[in-house]
Design a protein around this ligand. Structure first.
Ligand code: MG
Length: 453
């Protein structure tokens, strides 16, 4: 059985079109049936948040769940609250999508996002409409607990001792999202002098879109330079991701961000395992190995990273960091989910310990280049089969799609599960190597596709 409605990070759509209060009500009923008990709900700052959060609450209450409404907060804050106090959670958010979108992320009792198997069960409850409606004397109760967010801020800060941010200026761009309530407070508690931009919660996103793109962060970069800040940090719409502007005002590409954090954490630990998807640049593996650590690869998607980390830990492996090349980093001693606020705090701590500037840590990384292309075709699955055979003499890995590893470079070819297209990524030490590898694959893809006609 495959998921139909939910993607890797919940269900999302344009509100009023494919994301409606009716659908969210039904998700609430299905979740209440699958996870009876105490359920925490929260939302990001989108204008449609109140509509959808009330819909999910109605569904949960009808099935007898007791609801804790945490108000507006980052997804990792809700995940922390669920892990500490609840039997499950539902976050109303469309993460990095534009303002007209909204959606639902389902949180498991351990604070992780719901995995594939359980999501299939949830979807089948949606389809069957087999929900347990309760009578007047057994419907759920609701309480508002907007102050629980403070426990999350404290939990992040409890991971650091002293004031590592003393003498450090940091500019925070929460993008008018829920991290307005958390990241400035977290960094101030670490001793930083904090300046904010887009620091007032606003679901119309007047300053920039929820995706923290280099283009949208020009204002942040200017403030970093003008204030001689140590760095600038920006979040996506629900603050599970964090991206950085270095002290020179340059955007730190997210694979480089992951490699910088990997390098510092590996150096400190001396041994251990890093977990990341097959789509992450080799930079992280190179620096991890250089510091005596190893890397384990997973399918693309943060839930696979989080679950693999937990499994490896259970099996006795020392897992020190997880994350993706998109600014979504997981710190296992804190919680098994991506956490933008924790990532910002960790950057303060790592810079303070290393005594180096962020720009120089980035410059010290091994040089890597990446090419990402899409090929539109409805023959994705057949193409993948033939490519597997075609490259069977190479060193290949089928963790997710087809990954071909060569001397110091790799290519990843994946057919989209939802769209008629195939994605090709190539990672190499220089642009020329990237383009050459890409052209080789593209020629073979063209040849195979031509044979279909
Ligand atoms: Mg997000």
């Amino acid at each position: 059985m495959k998921k139909q409605l939910f993607g890797t990070n919940g269900v999302r759509g344009i509100v009023g079109k494919d994301m409606t209060p009716d659908l969210v009500l039904r998700i609430g009923k299905a979740l209440g049936t699958l996870r009876p008990g105490k359920i925490a709900v929260g939302r990001d700052t989108r204008t449609t948040g109140p509509v959808l959060v009330n819909a999910i609450k109605a569904g949960l209450l009808e099935t007898g769940c007791d609801v804790i409404d945490c108000g507006i907060l980052p997804t990792p804050a809700l995940q922390y609250i669920v892990k500490e106090h609840c039997d499950g959670g539902a976050m109303i958010t469309a993460s990095h999508n534009p303002p007209e979108y909204n959606g639902v992320k389902i949180i498991e009792p351990d604070g992780t996002e719901m995995g594939d198997e359980e999501t299939v069960k949830l979807e089948s409850l949606l389809a069957e409409k087999a929900v347990s409606s309760q009578s007047w004397d057994s419907v759920g109760t609701e309480v508002a607990e907007p102050q629980l967010i403070e426990e999350y801020v404290k939990a992040v800060n409890s991971r650091f001792s002293g004031k590592p941010g003393k003498n450090m200026i940091v500019v925070v761009d929460p993008g008018s999202g829920p991290a307005c309530r958390t990241t400035p407070a977290i960094l101030q508690a670490l001793g930083c002098r904090v300046i904010t931009i887009n620091g007032i919660m606003d679901g119309t996103f007047p300053g920039r879109l929820p995706e923290p793109s280099p283009d949208g962060l020009k204002g942040l970069a200017a403030l970093v330079l003008a204030n001689k800040a140590a760095f600038g940090v920006a979040h996506d719409g629900d603050a599970d991701r964090a991206v950085f502007i270095d002290d020179q005002g340059s955007f730190v590409e997210e694979n480089q961000e992951f490699a910088v954090v990997t390098q510092q954490i590996c150096k400190k630990a001396g041994s251990g395992t890093i977990v990341t998807p097959v789509s992450t640049s080799l930079a992280a593996e190179i620096v991890a190995r250089g510091a005596g650590c190893r890397v384990r690869y997973t399918p693309v998607g943060s839930i696979y990273v989080a679950r693999t980390m937990m499994e490896l830990e259970k099996a006795g492996e020392k897992v020190i960091l997880g994350g993706e090349g998109n600014g979504g980093l997981i710190f296992p001693e804190h919680q098994y989910c991506r956490d933008g606020g924790m990532t910002a705090a960790m950057m303060v701590s790592l810079l303070s310990e290393s005594g180096e500037k962020l720009s120089s840590l980035v410059q010290q990384l091994p040089e890597r280049h990446m090419v990402k292309e899409k090929i539109f075709t409805s023959h994705g699955p057949r193409l993948m089969e033939l490519l597997n055979t075609r490259f069977s003499h190479d060193s290949i890995d089928l963790t997710d799609g087809l990954k071909i590893s060569r001397q110091n470079s790799w290519a990843l070819i994946r057919a989209s599960g939802t769209e008629p297209l195939v994605r090709i990524m190539v990672d190499a030490e220089n642009l020329e190597g990237c383009q050459k590898f890409y052209r080789e694959i593209k020629n073979i893809v063209d040849e195979i596709l031509a044979s279909f006609v």
